[in-house]
Design a protein around this ligand. Sequence first.
Ligand code: 4AD
Ligand code: MG
Length: 480
Amino acid sequence: MKRAEIKQLLAKGKANTQVLVKAWVKTKRGSKNVSFIALNDGSTLNNIQVVVDNANFEEKLLEKINSGACLAVSGKLVESQGSGQQFEIHAEEVELLGTAHPDDYPIQPKKHSLEFLRENAHLRFRTNTFGAISRIRHAMIYAIHKYFNDRGFCNIHTPIITGSDAEGAGETFKVTNFDLLNVPQDEEGEVDYKQDFFGKETNLTVSGQLEAETAAMALGKVYTFGPTFRAENSNTTRHLAEFWMIEPEVAFADLDENMDLGEDMLKYLIGYALENCADDLDFLEKRLLDSEKNKKKEERSPMALIEKLKFVLENDFERITYSEAIDILRNSKPNKKKKFNYLIESWGADLQSEHERYLVEKHFKKPVILYDYPKDIKAFYMRQNDDDKTVRAMDILFPGIGEIVGGSQREERLDKLKQRMQEMNVPQEELWWYMDLRKFGTAPHSGFGLGFERLMLFVTGMGNIRDVIPFPRTPKSAEF
Ligand code: 4AD
Ligand code: MG
């Protein structure tokens, strides 16, 4: 008999037919005569109940059916008498594919802390929470490709090993095959990268943007969706050392069009989740409400998860300049009462996540797009404004997250770009190819980067970025 998936059985099963399912035991309960086994195969959040007449099976077999064990069950699909599921299976044959002894199987049918589950990341997929997150993560990946495909964008694979640090923050992981105990040196005593694998200094990419720009200058509308790596030592709930980034790059688009694209895409993705992940979102919403029960009122989320997603979908994002934001922040209560960790004193200050979240959560109470930032706190490639102080940057800020998107209109004028590279000590010899774009058929263009795990934080309502990626990489942690 062909194996049926539980999602299909629950949705389209036919009563009184023979079925075969293969799945993991969530729970087993029952009496002397009958056992009820909840099985889950990952196709849906929902379990199917298997009813076992104990008399028909060996006691030795029944004893080994514990949470986490894997079974193949065949039997009759019948309409369920109890409330809840529409169908259950009356078992005729039970094969034990794999045992899980309760003395050492970590995932027991009880509440586990997220920290504990992180230490057991190889097994946490089997919990309802991580099952739901994983299915939503998949839906978002699919929706991102669909969004761009439907709009004529071309997906580009940009390199993971590069020679450049696009953001210029110096937070790169080196790539080398040198013997670290015997690194070749040149006559000046410096590391002789000429002898290294690539004959030059290389690192893992922090962004696919610079290469995406080369493609946009021929294909028009492109995007990358790849892993990026940053050796920033930030042990926060919003930073990973390895994360995934979506980076569209659009020829002829100015900053306004860039903001339009960012807002439209975020709304599309949230709408897609609401439409296609209802069961899983429902579960996560209840989980969140439950986990916040013991918190003080002011520490709880102001809106339930689904209401929050709908709210973002239905409201225009507020668009203000960096300068306007500074005025708001300087006069804000937490600034005057010295409640911010970093007080905003003058124009030019870099915004911290506490400031971003104040603007979004307290002042405007909706997503905010900040644009025209001071050039000194942004990367070399952003288009300079005529005021000689600001650049055409834009960040999209979300409730509970802070920055979710960072982007800009790019400097397309060779002389201006060169000048900025010089001022910021960006090596021009390294980026000769990037500068070539401004020599040959240059054109205005814009793009942005959406942090995929930050999006996942928002959509799932989870509080820690380590819980929305299967195997998080953070300072001092690269298990699995
Ligand atoms: O603002 P960032 O640094 O922008 C860039 O890398 C540009 N080259 C993008 C572009 O214009 N093509 O990063 C973009 C986004 C941030 O807004 C944030 O959502 C996410 O990437 N991000 C991180 N996510 C998780 N962990 C980290 N350490 C992150 N750093 C940035
Ligand atoms: Mg940024």
